[in-house]
Design a protein around this ligand. Structure first.
Ligand code: DCM
Ligand code: DCM
Ligand code: ZN
Length: 233
């Protein structure tokens, strides 16, 4: 799965893959930090968003009239979009999900979206080769889910999962994730974060939350893929 998970990002800038570029996020037109909310009608672009993409590719993965290669490709999209859906800034409109906000990380310039996509997790995991690091992280998270700090809440993580209604399921996960924008991404508002160094106190507060989002995403992804396999024919 690790080897196919980032495939959707690798094709979004190609000519044939351009139509998928808005499938990675939903631009919540809310006003953090005072008000965080997502509205499907208001926020899902006409060209599609992560909510409709997850629903459509789940359907394609199950459609027996489609050729096997297309159903396999749909499954790769499903894996990717469940992950993107759990990144707070993929559920926020401000500055194109933070891409337009300049911040500092260890004294160097980055945009806020990159900090949340990469820098925080990279610091949390430490140096190493990507696949072994990912493998170890997944084992650690599995332990935390099965018997550790997440074991009491893991059932609640699946409370909103309704395989007969992928749009509502994805919206529930999106609303939960968008709330984190107010609390952790822009606690003082979008203007206050511009130019700030984020590798210190901000990181310390953000990293445990980000790890929990990754755990939720993995647990929900497994449940969703199990349901796809249950219906597979
Ligand atoms: N949209 C809408 N009503 C709003 C805001 C946006 O119907 N109050 C629509 C316009 C676009 C889509 O949502 O088709 C995405 O808007 P944007 O490009 O501003 O993200
Ligand atoms: N992105 C987002 N919200 C947007 C625009 C982009 O979450 N409104 C994400 C998609 C990519 C990253 O930001 O993960 C960079 O996108 P791009 O290269 O399209 O600016
Ligand atoms: Zn993506």
């Amino acid at each position: 799965m690790a080897k196919v998970a980032s495939w959707a990002d690798s094709i979004r800038y190609t000519k044939w893959g351009r139509f998928t570029s808005t499938f990675h996020f939903i631009d919540a037109h809310d006003s953090p930090p005072e008000s965080c909310n997502v509205d499907f009608e208001r926020d899902c672009k006409g060209t599609g968003c992560v909510i409709t993409a997850l629903a459509n590719y789940t359907e394609q993965s199950l459609d027996p009239s489609l050729p096997p290669w297309q159903r396999a490709q749909a499954a790769k999209f499903v894996i990717h979009f469940v992950g993107d859906l759990h990144q707070p800034l993929h559920n926020e409109d401000v500055a194109r999900g933070g891409n337009g906000i300049h911040v500092k990380w260890n004294g160097r310039d980055f945009n806020l979206h990159h900090v949340w996509d990469s820098s925080i997790a990279e610091k949390w995991l430490g140096r190493g080769k990507p696949y072994p690091l990912a493998e170890k992280w997944s084992r650690d998270l599995t332990d935390k889910i099965n018997g550790g700090i997440y074991s009491k809440e893991k059932d609640a993580w699946l409370a909103d999962l309704d395989f007969s209604d992928p749009i509502e399921t994805a919206m529930a996960w999106s609303r939960e994730c968008n709330k984190l924008v107010c609390e952790y991404v822009f606690p003082e508002g979008p203007k206050a974060i511009v130019g700030q160094e984020l590798s210190g106190e901000y990181y310390e507060k953000a990293a445990p939350m980000l790890e929990k989002q990754v755990a939720r995403a993995g647990y929900r992804m497994a449940a969703w893929l199990d349901l796809i396999v249950d219906e597979f024919q």
